[in-house]
Design a protein around this ligand. Structure first.
Ligand code: UDP
Ligand code: MG
Length: 360
């Protein structure tokens, strides 16, 4: 694992008081680890054990404040994920849980966690621990040095299948081709300060792709590299179709470049048809040999028909987005809460039904 400070403009040395927030960061921060979970019964006990052991180590070495906790967000699982979270929360002080009313997808579950907890810093991590939790310590160091956002970046993806690796790389390239600012090989393993999360709340859009929005926040950023591990148990909750949906969401919610491609393609075809028209006229009037061919009639029909369908599809994607955005529907509903996703004193009987601060 390597650690580097990414330099936006000219960063001040982390040790000086000119770094925003660095002075107040001398004290260990209250850390919340947010874990979105969808049908993760196989891996959850092991994940909880590893994360709680890490929290213990970090608390003992005064890297984080006592009372730091893990918050599992159940994204409408149909297996035993929520009962497991309830049991863990009952048994350990450092565990809390938020259950969404139904499956709303990884990005919404992530937001429910980020906005639902009350902590100085929040680290989001996948339930399968493919993202090495040991990188959290380096993230905290970067936070102490003044960073508000610390990206966990995969230094290799050998643990991923060929299909996963290739499609992910193609996806990042597509996003940069569309002018979307992305951190290559970074998914949703990151640390965000209270300030960064406060800014993230200001994005009112319902269609969203969190890792595309975070770079738009600005602030001080740092990068921590880690080696991606194989999934500890269970199977991927991102089958190819879901990945494709995420890619479509990412592109259409962050970029209008595809619409520009449609315009450019239309313009190129228009120029081409001008040339073809000139050739047809020349053949008709100058050579007297014009026998309209089958190919020259049918090919453009198919070609143009295809391009038009594609163009209408792309325009329709954006139109659909506008339609959904105008409704301003809530992103998710919280069904139940266990434990205490914040530093408050535990209430007597149970915290169930209590709604943490959130965007609802
Ligand atoms: N996840 C979720 N809701 C979904 C799909 C996935 O909360 O609808 C969570 C899942 O439980 C995991 C994270 O998103 O914590 C990433 O999923 P996974 O590790 O299966 O994706 P992969 O690593 O295969 O891309
Ligand atoms: Mg995974």
């Amino acid at each position: 694992m390597t650690f580097e400070r990414k330099a936006p403009a000219t960063p001040a040395p982390a040790s000086t008081s000119s770094v925003r927030g660095a002075a107040s960061r001398a004290a260990p921060p209250l850390l919340a680890i947010v874990v979105p979970c969808f049908n993760e019964e196989d891996v959850l006990p092991a994940t909880a054990t590893e994360l709680l052991a890490l929290l213990d180590r970090l608390t003992r070495s005064s890297r984080v404040a006592p009372g730091s906790f893990v918050c599992f967000v159940d994204d409408g699982s149909t297996d035993r994920t929520w009962p497991i979270i309830e049991t863990l929360a009952g048994a350990r002080a450092g565990v809390s849980g938020i259950a969404l009313s139904r499956n709303r997808g990884h990005q919404n579950a992530l937001l429910a966690g980020l906005f639902g907890v009350d902590a100085d810093v929040v680290v989001s991590i996948d339930a399968d621990l493919q993202d090495d939790p040991d990188a959290i310590e380096a993230m905290l160091q970067a936070y102490a040095g003044g960073a508000d956002i610390v990206y966990g970046v995969r230094s290799n993806r050998d643990a991923d299948s060929w299909l996963k690796r290739t499609s992910a790389r193609a996806f990042y390239r597509l996003l940069s081709a569309c002018g979307v600012e992305t951190v290559f090989d970074h998914a949703d393993y990151r640390l965000m300060s209270r300030l960064a999360i406060g800014h993230l709340r200001a994005f009112g859009e319902v269609n969203l792709y969190v890792r595309g929005l975070v770079p738009l926040l600005g602030l001080r950023t740092a990068t921590v590299h880690f080696v991606r591990r194989p999934r500890a148990a269970g199977s991927s909750k991102y089958p190819p179709l879901k990945m494709l949906a995420l890619a479509l969401e990412a592109v259409t919610s962050l970029s209008v470049v595809p619409l520009r491609w449609v315009t450019l393609t239309g313009f190129a075809i228009f120029l081409g048809s001008l040339a073809v028209s000139a050739w047809v006229l020349w053949a008709r009037f100058a050579t007297h040999t014009a026998v309209p061919g089958w190919a020259s009639v049918t090919l453009p029909i198919f070609l143009l028909g295809g391009i038009q369908m594609l163009a209408i599809g792309i325009v329709g994607e954006y139109l659909g987005k506008i339609y959904i955005e105008t409704k301003s529907r809530p992103r998710y509903f919280i069904d139940r809460v266990v434990g205490h996703p914040g530093p408050r004193a535990p209430p007597a009987a149970s915290g169930a039904g209590e709604v943490p601060p959130g965007p609802h």
